[in-house]
Design a protein around this ligand. Sequence first.
Ligand SMILES: [Zn+2]
Length: 403
Amino acid sequence: MKLLISLLLLCPLALFAQNSKPQAFIYANLINGKENKVYPNAIVFVKAGKIERIGKAGDDTSGYELIDCEGYYLLPGLIDAHSHLDNLASAKRALETGVTTVRTAGVAAFQDVALMELSKSGRIAGPDVVPAGVYVSPNLEETILADVRLGSLINGVRTDEELKLLVNVNIDRGAKVIKTRGTERAGRPETDPREQVYTEQQIRVIVQEAAKRNVPVMIHAHGDEGARAAVLAGAKSIEHGTFLSDETLQLMKERETFLVPTFITLEDLTQPGGDYVGPVLELRGKFMMPQAEKVFKKAHALGVKIATGADNGYTANTTSRISLECAHFVRMGMSPYEAVQSATVRSAELLGLSTTGQIEKGFDADFILVPGNPLDEIRFLQDVLLVVSNGRIALKRIPFGKK
Ligand SMILES: [Zn+2]
């Protein structure tokens, strides 16, 4: 027991246990996520990891620990709907960029399920995780080691039985969403992201098998054929969608399929540093960015639901961020309010989380504080001053110069 306690003290993620005292976040300029307005001088009362109620200056705060928000802007924590988060240090980095919820999109060995459990039980300070487990793709390579039952898939995952087995192993192990592949990758020089991988029929087998256990399916697809197959087969979201045609976008609008553009990753391809480097990828990124921008603008104009994903593992070198994705959304024509909604309310809807993404009574106490009004200037999301995840303070940079 003593050893466990000292280990917890050593681990930077093992923050304080659940606060015994409820907290009142006072002097906040509140943006609740569902209205394009600011409530000045608001108080957010937090108890047992939940938002107990919203108050205003003058309300009785006795019995509460007071946290002075100094008139800065308090809004729902950001949601990363496409992440490859798979370790504790990265979970901490994600939180420190204001991301309080992630949906993973394929990690090697169910580390995302473990992160979900650790976060839920309060052993680590979030983010909350909606895990996808093992990526359903034709060649699992090393990821067959994730579960002994996957050994039979060493030669590929293509038949109905193979696809169903992988879906069920994922769900047995705790996956809350299934990630599969409509097209090849963009981030490897030797693959063409337009090339279709699974057929509509194969994707339908995956979607139907997952649906038996109430689990939705997210599909990686850059090329249009693979994406359309995914939409027709019943995917919940298209990830990337770089080459989507007008017809496929129209279909997405009709079927309420979400688009998760992960635009920030394309920018990473074009720049030195970050997760992707090399001349082939740089050229590819420069080709794909304007293409993705065209698709984004059409999707937005049509009213396709758009969610935010950073598509990274929050490594020490990662430069892509949800806040930067939101800045791209605004640059490409969204209002700042729509971009904030993409990263909060809209992404929560995609993830099927009914008490996440808003600052409302009864919702999870997941919120951030930024120094200016993001509804006027979206770049303020990049400068997070305070992060609260399930009622626990994961980052606090105010008041400046004091501890
Ligand atoms: Zn990805």
